[in-house]
Every structure is written in structure tokens, then in C-alpha cells.
Design a protein around this ligand. Structure first.
Ligand SMILES: Cc1ncc(COP(=O)(O)O)c(C=O)c1O
Length: 480
């Protein structure tokens, strides 16, 4: 496929001048300024002076210098970058939803509360859990909320002093240990076994009366289903600990099995992965957390309740960890998730899961001859391969891919696979897309290393100095 990305010399919007100057309407009363420190008062405020046409053109040009799920396959493993159907976007813009205010009286927003209530019920059903909060604003925020619930649970039982550890496998996403540590726990890492799943002996050795919880995702980040999960749940519960489900990989199990059936106690969802919400670019996201009945009292408030025909905000969880976001969370994401679930129905959701798994395995088969695919187990929604056997670096092949009009997979994660490429096609691609992706990736192997190092050449931005970008981050912009 021939491909060349648009490239503009686009300035920062603050530098654009359309010849219009925005004036704050009305006059600011001097009294209103009295309490402000004099150092914070400015005579001029250099707001962008841009007309609507310049704003639209500016952002359209920027969008053309980028790649998106609306352009083509975006198989960023673990991120579930599936196509976001437009009907779900549309529902979220209905005026009845978009023009309301979170402080409106309950009786005037019954329809919105109903959507939230029904979404709670759907997610409980899909996860086989008993209670839920929609408040957390991302997957990692859901994890942190779950960790606070785990803390509160052990505190309530008078065991928090001794239950100081959270066990996490070495294949885990980085946010898992980060959330556990932020929640005040010590992180105990255990190695994966030969099959790429939890090493039961290592888990047994790590479990003790100090364990507060075991935190995993299933299928794990290698795309492999933890087939000993019920045994794991038994071991964890016998040790008096809780089992946490990182639901980032829910796209692989939805409608087929559930965290509840597997024996988990707490689950977070990433609505911005599995449920039709655009994902990436820093948000917004939504990470609802569902729990078993014995943890219900610890959930953040408010949740949405129903009495007869009336929906209401429920503040009655007696041992709540408090509120974890302003108001009720990302309402827009909830509308999209609700639309996605009701549109597909349970059969449709299951079919999506089956197709996501089929697509990952189809790609695995096409690539297996040339790339090493560690761990023999059947893949679920994603496959992890290693480029090590090809003598090429995963990063270089990723640059080749983006130079040829498809998005690169996640590279160098999970950390336990050298030169890893983690490919998650999702269900929203055709066989033609998969064939094309495999062809481009296989063709990349014919390229000389010196040529690969010069890529990308067809993008608006070339190869950046990633270390410098991370170390020498420019987060401030000053108008000259
Ligand atoms: C396995 C896994 N867990 C947790 C997260 C964190 O989710 P979020 O990016 O919404 O914070 C991710 C994100 O990609 C993930 O892949």
C-alpha cells in the first residue's frame, strides 16, 4: 500500500492570529478582584485570537498528521483499539444528555440516571458481580479504587496491619504494581511458569498471612488464558486474601465467561477499550469497579439506585471509601457503553469476543513461520511474538509498519518477552485487513537494517529521540 501522511508546519494555536480578539463579555466588578493576590492579577491575557474557521482548520490539519482507528487497523496490544461505532458517539451527543448539569435535581434527570442504573446492571451481569461503582475515570483509576476497597476490607476485619502485600505476576501491566504501591501496599512479584501462565508453586510460596490480594488479568498480557484460575482463586481465598481482576482484557471473555465464574472478588472494566469509547490521546476514560456482595459497603458513593420507577443517587454504603471522582464519573463514556451493549445484545457481544479471538489466532498462524511465538497455548484476543529470531529489532519493524500506513503493535511489552510485539487486532477488522497487516509485517523482514533505521519516512514526524523526549520534556509554552 502506498502511503504518505499529511505534513503541515502547524503552529501552536496560541500563535495563530485571525484578526479577531475575544473580549470577555461584561465588566469585571473591582470587588470581585479584591481577594486575589496582586501577583496573580494580569493586565493582559494572551488568549488565542482565532476565528472559528481557523480553529477548525488547525485541528483538522493536526488530525491529518496523525493516525486513528477511523483510518485503519490499530492493533496496539493490551489497548483494544477497536473501531468505535458512530451510533454510540451519536447517542452521547443527544441534547437530553449533553445539556444537563450534574447538580440538577434528580427528578429532572431521571433518563440519565436510568442509563447509569442500567449500565450498572449490565456490567454486573457481564462480570457476575453483585455491586458496582461507575465513578473511576480510567483503568488505572479503577485499579486504585479497587486497591482502596481491599485496604478498607482488611481494615474492617482488623487485619490491615499484617496484610501489607499485594502479589502480582511478572507479566502484569505496569499500572498494577503502581496502583498497589500508591494504595500503600508492598508489591511482591512472582514469575510466570513455562506455559506463560501463573506458576502455582511460586504463588503458593508467595501467599501468606501478609497477603492482602493477588492481582491479575485473564487472559494475561501474553494473550493466554489462565486455565488454573479456579485453583488460584481457592489458594488466594484460603490465605485470607482477595482476588483482583484487571479487566483491560475483557474483550477476550465478554459473554463467554466472567470474572465472577472464575472466582474473582473485584473487577475493573476499561469502558474505553471494550465498550465503544474512543481511546488514547490521554482520555477521557472510564474504569467502573464491580465487587462481590461482601465488598458492597466499601464502594465509593454515590451509586445509582432504583425504587419503584424512580432512580436516585444512593449514598448509603456505610463503610464507603469515599468519592473517587467529581460527581459520578465520565457520563459520556457511560452513554457509549450503554449504547454499545444494548445495540449488540448478549449474543452480539459474545460474537464480538469470538471474532476477536479468531482474528488474533488467524494472525498468529500467518506469522508463526517467520517469527518466534513464545508459549504454545492458544491465543485469546492478542498474540505476543518476538522478533529476536529474525535478527531485527521490534522497534525498527514497528517503524516500518507505520511507514506503510498501518499502526504498529505495542512493542517491548510484556517485559518477559525479548523484542516483543504484542498484536491485538480486535473484532473490528476484516480478513483483508488481517492479510494486509501480515503481508506488510512479513515484508518488513526483507528490508536491510540500515534502511529500517531511516524509517519512518512517510510520516509528518520522523524517528524521534525517545530518551530525550522522555527526559527533556517540554510541558510549558510561552507566548513571545
Ligand atoms: C492490562 C492493562 N491493565 C491496565 C491498564 C490501564 O488502563 P488505563 O490506560 O485506562 O489506565 C491497561 C492499559 O492499557 C492494560 O493494558
Amino acid at each position: 500500500m502506498s502511503y504518505r501522511q499529511a505534513s503541515y508546519d502547524e503552529p501552536f494555536i496560541g500563535e495563530l492570529r485571525s484578526g479577531t480578539t475575544y473580549k470577555i463579555p461584561g465588566k469585571v466588578e473591582p470587588d470581585a478582584l479584591m481577594d486575589l493576590p496582586s501577583g496573580s492579577l494580569r493586565k493582559d491575557l494572551p488568549l488565542p485570537e482565532v476565528a472559528e474557521y481557523d480553529v477548525v482548520r488547525h485541528f483538522t490539519r493536526l488530525s491529518q498528521m496523525n493516525y486513528s482507528v477511523d483510518l485503519g487497523m490499530y492493533p496496539l496490544g493490551s489497548c483494544t483499539m477497536k473501531f468505535n461505532p458512530k451510533f454510540a458517539d451519536r447517542v452521547s451527543t443527544f441534547e437530553g444528555f449533553s445539556e444537563i448539569h450534574p447538580l440538577q435535581p434528580e427528578r429532572s434527570v431521571q433518563g440519565s440516571l436510568r442509563v447509569m442504573y442500567e449500565l450498572q446492571e449490565y456490567l454486573k451481569e457481564l462480570s457476575d458481580m453483585d455491586a458496582i461503582t461507575l465513578q473511576p475515570l480510567a483503568g488505572a483509576h479503577g485499579e486504585y479504587t479497587g486497591i482502596l476497597i481491599i485496604r478498607k476490607y482488611h481494615e474492617d476485619r482488623g487485619e490491615l496491619d499484617k496484610r501489607t502485600e499485594i502479589i502480582i505476576p511478572d507479566s502484569a501491566h505496569g499500572t498494577n504494581p503502581a496502583s498497589a504501591a500508591m494504595g500503600g501496599f508492598d508489591v511482591v512479584e512472582i514469575p510466570s511458569g513455562e506455559k506463560g501462565t501463573v506458576d502455582l508453586e511460586a504463588l503458593k510460596a508467595a501467599l501468606s498471612e501478609r497477603t492482602a490480594a493477588f492481582m491479575i488479568t485473564n487472559p494475561n498480557t501474553l494473550g493466554i488464558f489462565e486455565d488454573q484460575i479456579t485453583e488460584i482463586a481457592k489458594l488466594v481465598h484460603e490465605a485470607g486474601a482477595l482476588l483482583y481482576y484487571d479487566g483491560a482484557n475483557f474483550n477476550a471473555i465478554m459473554g463467554v465467561t466472567s470474572p465472577g465464574l472464575m472466582g474473582f472478588d473485584i473487577v475493573h472494566f476499561n469502558l474505553h477499550k471494550t465498550f465503544a469509547t474512543p481511546h488514547g490521546g490521554g482520555g477521557p476514560g472510564s474504569g467502573p469497579v464491580a465487587v462481590r456482595g461482601n465488598l458492597k459497603d466499601f464502594l465509593p458513593v454515590p451509586t445509582v439506585g432504583k425504587e419503584g420507577d424512580r432512580y436516585f443517587l444512593d449514598y448509603t454504603h456505610p463503610k464507603t471509601i469515599g468519592q473517587v471522582s467529581s460527581y459520578f464519573g465520565s457520563f459520556n463514556m457511560m452513554l457509549r457503553a450503554w449504547s454499545y451493549i444494548t445495540y449488540h445484545g448478549s449474543d452480539g457481544l459474545k460474537e464480538n469476543t469470538v471474532n476477536a479471538v479468531l482474528n488474533a489466532n488467524y494472525l498468529a498462524r500467518k506469522l508463526a513461520g517467520k517469527f518466534k511465538i513464545p508459549y504454545k497455548a492458544l491465543k485469546k484476543h492478542e498474540l505476543v511474538l518476538s522478533t529476536e529470531n529474525t535478527g531485527k529489532r521490534a522497534l525498527d519493524l514497528a517503524k516500518y509498519l507505520i511507514d506503510h500506513g498501518v499502526h504498529a503493535p505495542t512493542v517491548y511489552f510484556p517485559l518477559i518477552v525479548h523484542e516483543a510485539m504484542m498484536i491485538e487486532p480486535t473484532e473490528s477488522v476484516s480478513k483483508a485487513d488481517l492479510d494486509q497487516y501480515a503481508d506488510i509485517l512479513l515484508k518488513s523482514l526483507d528490508e536491510q537494517e540500515t534502511e529500517l533505521k531511516k524509517m519512518p519516512r512517510n510520516l509528518s514526524v520522523g524517528r524521534i529521540d525517545e530518551v530525550r523526549a522522555a527526559r527533556d520534556l517540554k510541558v510549558r509554552w510561552k507566548l513571545e
